[in-house]
Design a protein around this ligand. Structure first.
Ligand code: ZN
Length: 159
């Protein structure tokens, strides 16, 4: 069965910055499960997977624009230090901050006495990425999964 819209895809991946060592992999855990064609993953990876089937392994080069977007200027924000609780923070560190839009990965720029400057760009923004993909399973999605826009059961939402 080929990958196409409204099918569920389970896959393993490793991701690296172009020319670098892998920074993240799913190999030590369960494969990721996504509902294909619903924006569950970055657009460049969806494009690269289209038409593949279970058992396929391939590499995919995804440019920043098709991954987490280009870095944007003016994304710095000054945040009261107390928002970080007891976390030790230093410039360059990536932390998850609870914002009014929900949890968000930010990069610490500068730590002051009572305030912290953070960069709200996604940590992977502006980076071209290389994926190693192994398609584990492709199946039809249930009507309910298509309505919800995500996968239920193994590797997906439990609710
Ligand atoms: Zn659901």
């Amino acid at each position: 069965m080929k990958i196409e819209k409204d099918r569920v895809v389970r896959f393993h991946y490793s991701v690296a910055e172009a020319g670098g060592e892998p920074v993240e992999t799913s190999r030590e855990r369960e494969p990721l499960a996504i509902l294909f064609g619903h924006g569950n993953i970055i657009p460049g990876l969806e494009k690269a997977m289209d038409g593949h089937e279970a058992g396929d392994t391939f590499k995919a080069d995804v440019t920043a624009a098709d991954a987490y977007g280009e870095r944007r200027d003016g994304m710095s924000q000054r945040v009261p230090k107390k928002h970080f609780g007891d976390q030790k923070i230093a410039p360059g560190m990536q932390v998850v901050l609870n914002t009014s839009f929900g949890p968000r990965a930010v990069t610490i720029e500068k730590v002051g006495m009572s305030v912290v400057d953070v960069d709200l760009n996604h940590p992977m923004a502006g980076k071209d990425l290389q994926f190693d993909i192994e398609i584990v399973e492709v199946r039809e999605a249930s009507t309910e999964e298509v309505e919800h826009g995500h996968v239920h059961g193994e590797g997906g939402h439990q609710h």
